[in-house]
Write a new protein. Structure first.
Length: 347
């Protein structure tokens, strides 16, 4: 099935797969048996981050399940948490198709989706329904602005979406770093970001994180860190997709949009190393994760959680199990009895 999906248009394959997973998710009893086979339940993998407990550190990154359609499936497949979105206050179509491209030679994707989603209210209903099922599964919610909202009113969009979704998410991520909404990355700049965080921090007591672009200079990244600390955010998600095209082989390399997957790995690690000394912010690493070695390296560099998107697309449904089993072997080889040994508590 996984190989057959690669014969389809990338977005058609995504929609087909998500549709199947959504149907599976709605049938609670049918989740239990596969979950017992697929999930790696081991106390050595448990993680605490920004006041939440995670069964393992491997999460599904935003973008895979924008509208919170398949939440039960992500739990059953073995992820330690999932992040839905990006969600905007109003539904929008996103950019014209084609807008998603597989760069198979590079083990990468390029997307210019443009925050296509069904809107915050519809996602809130799905999240509420999932919560009522009682599964203990941390959920993040990634927030953005509508394309037609001017930058000077962007904070209103983030606040409206947060108000609708706040009862149902465990943590929230402000996406100011997608390259596919015109002008959005301007919100990473000092004055815009300062205003945005000042408005949104009082809007929730739940953990609030900022997602940053890999294309920021370290100076700009440091400024973002200072503002996160100033306004009391709990963490950073590093990194989003990149506009750079580092040594790509695919003929699709010149397509516009954000690049993810293997070519992003080096920059994601550079950013993580730069941030590793920051105190007071929990780090969530994403970008170029393909196996247990990638997860282990990032955890040792100071990430508390690790997310995957493109690696899961290429790795298939058994990816979480393979990664977590491999992670346990790496821990055993280095004499680490529990992931909790890697970090001092972040308050």
């Amino acid at each position: 099935m996984h190989r057959l999906l690669f014969t389809l248009d990338p977005e058609a394959a995504h929609e087909f797969t998500l549709g199947l997973l959504a149907l599976w998710s709605e049938r609670g009893p049918l989740l239990e048996v596969p979950a017992r086979l697929l999930r790696v339940e081991d106390p050595r993998l448990q993680v605490e981050a920004f006041g939440l407990r995670f069964p393992n550190p491997l999460g599904l990154a935003a973008g895979m399940d924008k509208d919170a359609r398949a939440l039960g499936a992500w739990w059953a497949l073995g992820f330690g948490f999932a992040e839905v979105g990006t969600l905007t206050p109003r539904a929008q179509e996103g950019n014209p198709r084609p807008r998603l491209f597989r760069l198979v030679e590079d083990h990468a994707l390029i997307n210019r989706m443009g925050f296509n989603n069904q809107g915050a209210e519809r996602a809130a209903r799905r999240l509420k329904s999932f919560r009522e099922r009682g599964l203990s599964f941390p959920l993040g919610v990634n927030l953005g602005k509508n394309r037609d909202t001017p930058l000077e009113r962007a904070a209103e969009d983030y606040e409206r979406a947060l108000q609708v979704l706040e009862p149902y998410g465990d943590y929230f991520v402000l996406n100011v770093s997608s390259p596919n909404t015109p002008g959005l990355r301007t919100l990473q700049e000092g004055p815009f970001l300062d205003e945005l965080l000042a408005r949104l921090r009082p809007a929730t007591r739940k953990p609030l994180l900022l997602k940053v672009a890999p294309d920021l200079t370290f100076e700009a990244l440091d400024q973002a860190v200072e503002l996160c600390l100033k306004h009391g955010l709990e963490g950073l998600v590093a990194v989003n997709t990149t506009l750079e095209r580092p040594n790509l082989k695919s003929p699709l390399a010149k397509e516009a949009g954000g690049l993810s997957g293997r070519p992003l790995k080096e920059r994601a690690l550079e950013v993580l190393r730069h941030l590793s000394g920051v105190e007071g912010l929990t780090l969530v690493s994403v970008g170029g994760v393909e196996g247990p070695e990638d997860v282990w390296e990032r955890l040792k560099l100071g990430a508390r959680l690790v997310q995957v998107y493109t690696g899961f697309v290429y790795g298939g449904p058994l990816f979480p199990r393979r990664v977590l089993k491999g992670l346990l072997k790496l821990m055993e080889a280095e004499g680490v009895r529990s992931l909790k040994e890697l970090w001092v508590p972040i308050r």
